[in-house]
Design a binder for this molecule. Structure first.
Ligand code: ZN
Length: 225
C-alpha cells in the first residue's frame, strides 16, 4: 500500500504563490522565505502591503508571508489574497500597529485584533463593566465548539463500531478482528455520551444567547460573532 504523502512532500511541486497562500492560511509563515529571490531586492525592508516596481519593470507587493509578483496573480488569486489580507489584518479601524510581531499575527488570526488593540479593548470593556460577560461569552463559545466536535466523534464511533472489524494491514492484507467484548454494551455507553453531549450543547446554546442579549444591552453588539 502506498504511504500517505506528508504535507511538505505534497507541497514541493506546488506553484509558489499557491504555496504562499496555503502557508499563510495554516500559519506556516516563514519570514526568511524568498519567494522570488533577487538578493538586491530582498535586502530592502518592505512594509506589509507595500507595492513597488523593480529595476526589470516587474511589479511586486509585500504580503505577510513574503513578497509576490503582482503580475502573477490572476483575478481569483487577487481575490483570495485580499481575503487573506483581511484575515491577517487587525480589524480595528483606528489600529496604529504598522509592523506585526509574531504574537500580533497569532492574535489577529485568533481574535481579529492585534496585541495593542486587544489590550485597549480589554481596558475599555473593564471600564464599562462589559468584560466579565465578554469573557464568559468567549469561554461559552469555546466549550460549545469543543463539545460539538466531541459529539461528532462519538456519533462516528457509534456508526463504525461492530463486533467484527476488518483491518487493512500495512502490507495491504485484510484481517478480521472480533472484539471479545459485549458490543451492545459499548454502543449503549457511546449513546449515553452522545445524549450527554446534546444536553450540554443545549445548555451552552442557551447560555450563549443570554450572553449575546447582555452584550447588546451593554451596547456592544460588535462583540457578538
Ligand atoms: Zn490593531
Amino acid at each position: 500500500m502506498a504511504k500517505r504523502k506528508s504535507f511538505d512532500e505534497k507541497n514541493k511541486g506546488m506553484h509558489k504563490s499557491r504555496k504562499l497562500i496555503i502557508d499563510t492560511v495554516f500559519g506556516r509563515t516563514d519570514n526568511n522565505q524568498k519567494v522570488h529571490g533577487y538578493e538586491s531586492e530582498t535586502e530592502v525592508k518592505r512594509k506589509f502591503g507595500e507595492k513597488w516596481t523593480d529595476k526589470n519593470g516587474d511589479s511586486w507587493e509585500q504580503l505577510e508571508a513574503g513578497k509576490i509578483k503582482t503580475s502573477e496573480l490572476g483575478d481569483t488569486m487577487a481575490e483570495v489574497r485580499a481575503y487573506l489580507d483581511k484575515l491577517n489584518t487587525c480589524s480595528n479601524e483606528n489600529c496604529k500597529t504598522s509592523q506585526y510581531t509574531h504574537i500580533d499575527k497569532k492574535l489577529v488570526r485568533k481574535t481579529g485584533l492585534c496585541l495593542d488593540c486587544l489590550q485597549k479593548q480589554e481596558i475599555s470593556l473593564r471600564a464599562d463593566g462589559t468584560w466579565p460577560f465578554f469573557e464568559d461569552y468567549k469561554i461559552t463559545k469555546n466549550k460549545l465548539g469543543y463539545i460539538r466536535d466531541a459529539k461528532d466523534k462519538y456519533e462516528e464511533a457509534l456508526s463504525g463500531v461492530k463486533q467484527e472489524m476488518e483491518i487493512v494491514t500495512q502490507e495491504g492484507k485484510v484481517e478480521k478482528w472480533t472484539w471479545d467484548i459485549d458490543i451492545e454494551k459499548v454502543k449503549t455507553d457511546i449513546q449515553k455520551d452522545i445524549d450527554g453531549a446534546y444536553e450540554a450543547i443545549e445548555l451552552l446554546v442557551h447560555r450563549k444567547a443570554l450572553l449575546e442579549d447582555k452584550l447588546r444591552e451593554l451596547n456592544h453588539p460588535e462583540l457578538i460573532k
